[in-house]
Every structure is written in C-alpha cells, then in structure tokens.
Design a protein around this ligand. Structure first.
Ligand code: IMP
Length: 216
C-alpha cells in the first residue's frame, strides 16, 4: 500500500522517473518537485552528503512533505576528489551556458597533465558517489545513504550509451569498457546510485525508519 507521499527533490523529469521507478515497489507515492513552482536551492555544502541534505531540507520545508534528494558526481583521486560536487558545473560552457561533457573531459585531462600524469599509461583512479537523503519536515529528522563505484579514467572518451562522465570511466568490474560502452542495465547493476538506493530500501521496515516517519 502506498501510504507515504514522498517529494522527489529534483526538477529533472528523467531523474524523477528513474527514482520513482526504483521506489516503485515500496510504500511511497512519489511527487515531483517540478509540480511546485519553486526556485532551486543554493547547493553550498562541502560534500555530497551536505548538498543532498540541503536539497532535501529545502524541498521538504517548502512543501511540508517527506522529501528525498540526491547528489552525485565523479571524484578523481589525484585531483583531490575534483570535480566532485562540481561535476555538473565542470561541463558548462561559460560562453553559451550550455552543458557539454567533452569540455569536462578536456578540463580533467588538462588538470591531470598539469600534474604530469600520462593519460595513456598512468592508472588514474576515480570513483562515482551518490548520496541520498530523506528528510521529514514535521519532525526535522533525516537519514542519508551513500553509494560508491570505483574505477579508472580513460582518454579519449569512448562509447555513446549512458550520460555525463560515463564515456571516460571504467569500473573495476568491466575492466576495459567504459560505462558508456556497456548495456545500461549492467551499469545499473553496480552503480553508485543503485548502491545508495539498496541501502535506502534496506532501511524500510527498520525501527529508525519508523522513527523518521513518526510525527507525534
Ligand atoms: P547532480 O547529482 O544531478 O547534481 O549531477 C552530478 C553530476 O555528476 C552530473 O554532471 C552528472 O552527469 C554526473 N554524474 C552523476 N552520476 C553519474 C553517472 O552515473 N555517470 C556519469 N556521470 C554522472
């Protein structure tokens, strides 16, 4: 029985559909933040967890609904975790304001070369993170879940499936193929997002979850 309204804290239709289908079998009836005419919050946290909490709190408090937010990105070890929480920003072309991931790939390659990294021969370790936060605006309680997938970067970019940084990322499991060269369902089976959602769904039914939902 779907007995909890859950606001999915994103204005992005694709993300809303993905998240509501991941939660399809559970007790939530999902509502999109785009059903409300809200400005986007300023994501000024220092890490993924802080930013997903900022988003969950903002949308939860504005709508008075239980809210679920996520924040994700690619972290490159030798770049001290960059682009990290700025992953989306690194793909923006300042002259047009449009998103172009080839630009982000070139930015990463340039930063690596500035550190004397050989793009063809050095092992460039990196990982994707997804942090999910559920927030109850009535009792101010929240809980976060984090998923991670480890791999290496490859240049030039390869593959036309997936999105974002997928064409330069090879997960440990798929050895020589980038995330953009494998079937999306294979990527999904191991992705940072899936891991975060698995942790979230194993929280259902727990005493902590009942506590988070308890408005009395
Ligand atoms: P946000 O979480 O919507 O703010 O997006 C974070 C950024 O990380 C976006 O630019 C995404 O393209 C990128 N990103 C997050 N997850 C993935 C992924 O699974 N593959 C490729 N890029 C990703």
């Amino acid at each position: 029985m779907k007995n909890h309204k859950l606001l999915i804290a994103t204005g992005n239709k694709g993300k809303f559909q993905e998240i509501s289908s991941l939660l399809g079998d559970y007790q939530f009836s999902c509502i999109s933040a785009s059903d409300y005419n809200l400005e986007e919050p300023i994501e000024d946290g220092n890490d993924f967890a802080q930013n997903s909490l900022i988003k969950a709190k903002y949308y939860g408090n504005k709508t008075n609904l239980l809210a679920l937010a996520d924040d994700s990105g690619l972290c490159v070890d030798v770049l001290d975790g960059d682009p990290g929480i700025h992953s989306a920003r690194w793909a923006v072309d300042d002259s047009t304001g449009k998103r172009d991931f080839n630009l982000a790939f070139a930015r990463i390659a340039q930063k690596l070369q500035e550190k004397a990294i050989d793009l063809q021969n050095d092992k460039i370790t990196a990982y994707f993170i997804c942090n999910l936060t559920i927030f109850n605006p009535i009792n101010n309680k929240y809980k976060s879940f984090e998923g991670r997938v480890d791999g290496v970067l490859t240049f030039p970019a390869r593959g036309d499936k997936g999105f974002g940084y997928d064409p330069i990322f090879i997960s440990k499991i798929f050895e020589d193929k980038t995330f953009a060269q494998i079937d999306p369902s294979k990527k999904e089976s191991i992705s940072h997002r899936t891991e975060a959602f698995k942790k979230f769904s194993s929280f259902f039914g727990s005493a902590d979850f009942a506590d988070l939902l308890n408005n009395n």
